[in-house]
Write a protein that binds this ligand. Structure first.
Ligand code: FDA
Length: 334
């Protein structure tokens, strides 16, 4: 498996307090992607692991299932994700599919109302479109047999068109209540993706977009991203089929609350989605207020790059607390 740099969610923000921290983390990500010995050292460090388990369920499926149960006890639904992207070997793609199928069967066996999320580059998109299609069909056959919903995550911009094309085929074959798609609001060039998918009846998870991309490809000014995202959220609330609004942004969430009140939209007709470990307080509040909330729960041995993306997003206060914690560890007598 190849570690993309930055893998996943190191989106640049021009107007945050964390710009310098993000830059440092990006440099760390580059260094770690290049040096496997350094990566092994870092991921076996107890302090790093303690912090990681705030955002990642753990290294295996059992840990993922425990987290799903805990979330269910709080009234929060879940989407399980076996972390990993960009495999360049057909055997690894098939192994990733097998892991997903085991996870789907386990969700059913445990009686959990959870969905799963899959990245198509994890099941062969970089190798061959047909391999990816046949692996995705294996996933969806298992999902259909076990009545589990599958979200198709959206990756870097070069994969958007092929991901949409494969998703459209799968939705046509398996139905809109079996497989859904993620759309990214930050993309500048979106030839009718939102309107097209709404017209096709697809279930859409709308996100701001999480990858480091060139300014010609994505909006990089936060206000522009937010504007595009707000637009899509409104369109989906009005015309989407069971859409998912995936954000931790309290301003957007406040706007959704207002729209829902003003237009008497049923709370069961959409859901909020957030990342596991991020704004659990907000998740609980929304559940108390009667909204459907689902957390995205990553697990698996390849957790480190996902985790790096999460910590760079944290407010400065958290980073200060982490520094203090490491300092306290250093001061503690051996
Ligand atoms: P914004 O970036 O404005 O963040 C609002 C606040 O939330 C921040 O100030 C920060 O404090 C907190 N926050 C946000 N993200 C955090 C994090 N990771 N860790 C800690 N704090 C965080 N992207 C993509 O390109 N393809 C995909 O398939 C998905 N899938 C997906 C699923 C789900 C369930 C979620 C919630 C998100 C994604 N994303 C994604 C990521 C998405 O594109 C986006 O990068 C993040 O959700 C952050 O954007 P917000 O909307 O939260 O707003």
């Amino acid at each position: 498996m190849v570690h993309q740099v930055p893998a996943g969610c190191l989106r640049p923000r021009q107007h945050t307090r964390n710009g310098d921290i993000e830059d440092v983390l990006r440099r760390i990500a580059v260094a770690l992607a290049r040096q496997s010995w350094l990566r092994k050292l870092v991921i076996s460090t107890p302090g790093v692991r303690d912090l990681a388990w705030r955002f990642v369920a753990g290294e295996d499926l059992d840990a993922g299932i425990v987290t799903l149960r805990r979330l269910a006890s709080r009234g929060v639904g879940a989407t399980l994700n076996h972390v990993g992207t960009h495999v360049h070997d057909a055997g690894q793609a098939r192994a990733a599919t097998d892991d997903l199928i085991v996870a789907i069967e386990r969700i059913r066996a445990e009686g959990l109302a959870a969905s799963v999320s899959v990245k198509l580059t994890q099941i062969g998109l970089d190798i061959d479109g047909d391999l990816c299609r046949s692996e995705f069909r294996r996933v969806l056959d298992a999902a259909a047999a076990n009545d589990v919903f599958v979200w198709t995550d959206m990756e870097e911009s070069p994969y958007v068109a092929s991901t949409l094309a494969i998703f459209d085929e799968m939705r046509a074959a398996y139905g809109r209540d079996r497989v859904g798609i993620v759309l990214q609001a930050y993309l500048r060039h979106r030839p009718g993706d939102l309107e097209g998918e709404i017209a096709a009846g697809s279930r859409i998870r709308i996100v701001k977009g999480g990858y480091w991309e060139a300014p010609e490809v994505v909006h990089r000014v936060q206000a522009e991203i937010d504007q595009a995202f707000n637009h899509d959220v409104r369109v989906l609330l009005e015309g989407g089929h069971q859409p998912a609004i995936a954000t931790h942004d309290p301003v957007v969430i406040g706007a959704v609350r207002r729209i829902v009140r003003e237009r008497a939209i049923e709370l069961g007709s959409f859901e909020f989605q957030m990342l596991y470990g991020v704004r659990a307080d907000l998740q609980d509040q929304l559940v108390r207020d009667g909204f459907q909330v689902r957390a995205y729960v990553p697990y698996g041995g390849d957790w480190f790059f996902y985790f790096l993306g999460c910590i760079r997003q944290l407010p400065g206060g958290f980073v200060r607390r982490v520094k203090a914690r490491f300092a306290a560890r250093r001061r503690r007598p051996a």
